[in-house]
Design a protein. Structure first.
Length: 601
């Protein structure tokens, strides 16, 4: 028979339910008179357009037009039926529900969903009992205590053990009168071999939904040769791993209190943080962090701390998470643990105070990315600077404030020693800059390999490259150029490469056009050199042309230095600065200013 809740019960739920309190669990609200505002949980937005009216007990989004009362909000945000939403609110506010047709009979899918959740709660209790009270769980219990977990923590997270007997679970549940069809869809057994348990000889981690019900499991092998190391429940009718966070039911209140959350690598990391009193830690469930998981904490937190592994995969996950959180307008820091150890190892070897200190000393996401990139690319070469800037541009894109974008572009220029103008120009013309960088990288690779293959690169010479062609037209002028410039003064890697080749020829005593051709292994560049010689394009007024080019390049270098010094002075003035350091910077900038004014540029 259909489930019909009486209208009087529905009205009572609407009357007693505090819509601001309910919505605040999912949306960070700010009071503006009779209304509360926040970013809509039903679509992505930068400017808050979601409003809650206290008097009318009503919500409305001016962006996506979502609207309704407190019951509809719970129904839409939790993706549950109307009766389920009323039941949930009634339970929360102590409302006794009445039904027009007596006691209700839920529809089949809803009934089945509740039965599965009830089964998972019972199984969590059984696995926990086997771990803590039986001989078969003794080795698993010894292992978990060896990882530093206390009895209180084991009890809190209801850790358990699934026996090695692959047929134990089927026999046990059949004795409890569960049907084959019901068990086949439970997620507790192999899809291919329905009598074999999905989890065997594994330490069991119950996965709770936000309301504290067990909806899935994670299992860690106890065998050194066990594969995979961790096995996780697949998506089920009542559980979606991309929309669930391990430990969230325990952490949500602390997240609200601290206004921040730690995303960590896995079950053990999360549990170790909680045991050490850092109880606002949660973990994704065997997959990369998802946008839905970030949205789960967005209403409660202003800051996200990332505590992923220090290996390559962990670093990629960290970068991806930084961009994802920044796009949702959350501040981000990165936790760097001693020696690349995980939180459980830190807890055992150094104690909980040390782990707390590591979290408190987490670094800003920009500093983390810059540090990683300077280890990956040489910061003292034009290609290295370009690669660093290009990767940081993805971070700038993710920022939701124009002020943040502008400040970060200035910071990039300061950190890698370039003018703000050049950084901003490449940021605004990223595709062209990426194409140029790709071509330069190919050229560098070819010039570094005498036996390398040559490719037809579309090279468009700029002023620096044309200056080098003018020197090649009259190679005696290289002495004049090398007396004024060095390799690092060239921004164009093509020009820089030719300068290095000429210098090498000069130092080897074989300073000739033929020697230069032997040192250049790029057919396209050689073709351009040969054409410039044959056509005589750069043979007219070569001395004056080279002299003008030297002035132009030196002026660009001075302007970059001037910009770097100005940025350093401005940044120093925003801190508790050292007066002597400030004076030194000012004097250096005055000297550069004088050079720019005195020289006939």
């Amino acid at each position: 028979m259909p489930r019909i809740i009486s209208q009087s019960s529905i009205q009572e739920v609407k009357q007693v339910a505090d819509i601001v309190s309910v919505v605040s669990e999912y949306v960070q609200l700010t009071n503006r008179g009779v209304n509360w505002f926040g970013c809509c949980p039903f679509h992505s937005e930068k400017t808050p357009s979601f409003s809650v009216n206290v008097d009318k007990k009503f919500y409305h989004c001016f962006g996506c037009k979502a609207s309704g009362n407190v019951i509809k909000f719970v129904q839409e945000i939790e993706k549950i039926s109307f009766p389920e939403a009323i039941e949930r609110l009634a339970k929360r506010y102590g409302v006794e529900l009445h039904y027009d047709d007596g006691e209700y009979v839920p529809d089949e899918s809803e009934k089945r969903k509740k039965e599965y959740i009830e089964l998972y709660n019972r199984m969590a209790g059984s696995f926990h009992y086997i771990l803590t009270q039986t001989e078969s769980g003794a080795n698993a219990l010894k292992y978990i205590k060896g990882r530093g977990l206390t009895d209180e923590t084991i009890e809190k997270f209801r850790l358990g053990y699934a026996p090695a007997d692959r047929f134990w679970l089927r026999n046990f549940l059949k004795s409890q009168n569960f049907t084959d069809d019901f068990l086949a869809e439970s997620g507790l057994f192999s899809r291919k071999y329905r009598d074999i348990a999905f989890f065997t000889d594994r330490l069991m981690f119950p996965i709770f939904n936000r309301n504290g019900d067990v909806v899935a499991f994670g299992g860690r092998t106890l065998s050194p040769d066990g594969v995979p190391k961790y096995l996780n429940s697949t998506d089920l009718m009542w559980y979606q791993k991309g929309e669930t966070l391990f430990g969230f039911n325990f952490a949500k209140q602390s997240i609200r209190t601290h206004k921040k959350v730690i995303f960590c690598e896995g079950y053990m990391d999360c549990i170790a943080y909680h045991q050490c009193g850092i109880d606002y830690a949660v973990a994704p469930l065997g997959t990369a962090l998802t946008e839905q998981q970030v949205r789960m904490v967005k209403s409660m937190a202003n800051e996200v701390d990332l505590s992923f592994d220090s290996d390559g995969a962990g670093q990629n996950a960290t970068k991806r998470a930084i961009l994802m959180c920044r796009k949702q307008n959350l501040a981000v820091k990165v936790v760097h643990l001693k020696g690349g150890k995980d939180p459980a190892e830190i807890m055992i070897n150094f104690g909980k105070d040390y782990l707390t200190s590591e979290v408190e000393n987490s670094i800003f996401d920009f500093d983390h990315l810059l540090m990683s990139l300077t280890q990956k690319f040489p910061v003292d070469t034009p290609e290295g600077k370009s690669n660093i800037a290009m990767e940081l541009f993805d971070y700038v894109d993710a920022l939701q404030s124009d002020i943040q974008k502008e400040s970060t572009l200035n910071l990039i220029a300061q950190k890698i020693g370039l003018s703000v103008e050049s950084i901003r120009n490449d940021f605004e013309n990223r595709e062209q800059a990426k194409n140029r960088l790709s071509s330069y990288s190919i050229l560098r690779q070819q010039n570094g390999n005498a036996a390398g293959n040559t490719e037809d690169i579309n090279v468009k010479p700029d002023a620096e490259f044309r200056a080098m062609l003018a020197v090649i037209a009259d190679m005696k002028l290289f002495d004049m150029m090398s007396a004024e410039l060095s390799e690092s003064d060239f921004e164009n890697p093509l020009a820089r490469s030719l300068f290095a080749s000429l210098k090498e020829c000069h130092e080897s005593g074989a300073f000739s056009f033929e020697s230069l051709q032997m040192h250049c292994h790029n057919e396209k560049i050689l073709q351009m050199i040969n054409e410039s010689i044959i056509t005589g394009e750069y043979a007219q007024n070569t001395e004056q042309s080279v002299a003008d080019s030297i002035k132009m390049i030196k002026r660009k270098c001075l302007i970059k230095k001037q910009s770097r010094l100005q940025n350093s002075i401005q940044n120093l003035l925003t801190t508790a600065y050292d007066g002597e350091e400030l004076q030194t910077l000012i004097e250096e900038k005055m000297a550069v200013d004088k050079q720019l004014n005195d020289r006939e540029f």
